[in-house]
Design a binder for this molecule. Structure first.
Ligand code: OGA
Ligand code: MN
Length: 222
C-alpha cells in the first residue's frame, strides 16, 4: 500500500469494521489492537509524566450546574486532551477515522469528539453509570483505550458492562484493562462500572457527540 499519512499506519480498518459491526449488534464492542502499540506506549508515558508533575485534576461527575466531585461514585483523576503533543494529535486523528467509519456504517451523525486521560489510584473505581442520559443526544458513542502494559486479571479494575439500562442482572462482559485494548459503547444504552483497582490504572476515555445545538439552546455542555 502506498500511503504517506501516519494516521493510516495507526489505524487497523479491518479490526475497526468488526468492532463497529459488534457495536451495532450488541451496543458495545471490544477489540485488542486498533491503535499502534507504540502510540499507546507513548500516551502511557505522557500520562505518567503528567501524574508525576501533578497536573491531573480530581474527576467530577455530572454537568449542567450539578457538577460535583463525587468520591462515592468515582475515584480517579483526569486531564482533558488539548492536542498539545504529537501523540495526542495522532490519537485524535485515529478517533476521527473511527468517527467517519462509524458514521458510514451506522448513520449516527457523530459530529465531534472530546476525550480525557484517566488515572485511577490504587483503590480507584467508577461505579455503575451511563455516559449519557437517554434522550440528551449528547454523548452518543463512548471510546475507552487502556494504557497499562502487562495488566493481570488479579489486579482488579475490570470494566463490567451490562446489555442495557434496565439490565440489573449479571454483567454481560468483564474486560481486563490491558494496554491497547479498545472498548466502544453506545453511551446512552450501556451501563458500566470500573471495579476497584488494586494498582494504579490508566486509560483514555472519549465520546463522540452529535451537534445538539438548536435555535433555542446553544450546546455549551462540553
Ligand atoms: C468513563 C468510564 C471506564 C474505564 O470514564 O466514563 O466509564 O475503564 N471509564 O476507565
Ligand atoms: Mn463511563
Amino acid at each position: 500500500m502506498n500511503h504517506t499519512s501516519s494516521e493510516a499506519d495507526d489505524f487497523d480498518s479491518i479490526a475497526s469494521d468488526a468492532a463497529i459491526a459488534s457495536l451495532a449488534e450488541d451496543g458495545y464492542a471490544f477489540v485488542n489492537r486498533l491503535f499502534d502499540p507504540a502510540l499507546i506506549m507513548t500516551l502511557a508515558a505522557e500520562l505518567a509524566a503528567m501524574e508525576a508533575a501533578g497536573t491531573m485534576a480530581t474527576a467530577a461527575v455530572g454537568r449542567d450546574g450539578g457538577l460535583r466531585r463525587d468520591v462515592d461514585i468515582r475515584r480517579a483523576a483526569i486531564r482533558w486532551f488539548d492536542g498539545g503533543t504529537e501523540a495526542e494529535r495522532r490519537f485524535l486523528a485515529v478517533a476521527e477515522l473511527l468517527r467517519i467509519a462509524i458514521n458510514r456504517r451506522l448513520f449516527l451523525g457523530l459530529f465531534d469528539f472530546e476525550c480525557n486521560f484517566i488515572a485511577y489510584p490504587t483503590g480507584g473505581f467508577y461505579g455503575r453509570h451511563l455516559d449519557s442520559l437517554a434522550g440528551a443526544r449528547n454523548r452518543v458513542v463512548s471510546l475507552i483505550v487502556y494504557l497499562d502494559a502487562d495488566w493481570q486479571a488479579d489486579y482488579g479494575g475490570a470494566l463490567r458492562l451490562w446489555s442495557g439500562p434496565e439490565d440489573q442482572g449479571a454483567a454481560s462482559a468483564e474486560i481486563v484493562p490491558q494496554a491497547g485494548r479498545v472498548v466502544l459503547m453506545m453511551s446512552e444504552e450501556i451501563p458500566h462500572e470500573v471495579l476497584p483497582s488494586h494498582r494504579p490504572r490508566h486509560a483514555i476515555a472519549g465520546w463522540w457527540r452529535v451537534n445538539a445545538s438548536t435555535g433555542q439552546r446553544l450546546d455549551t455542555s462540553r
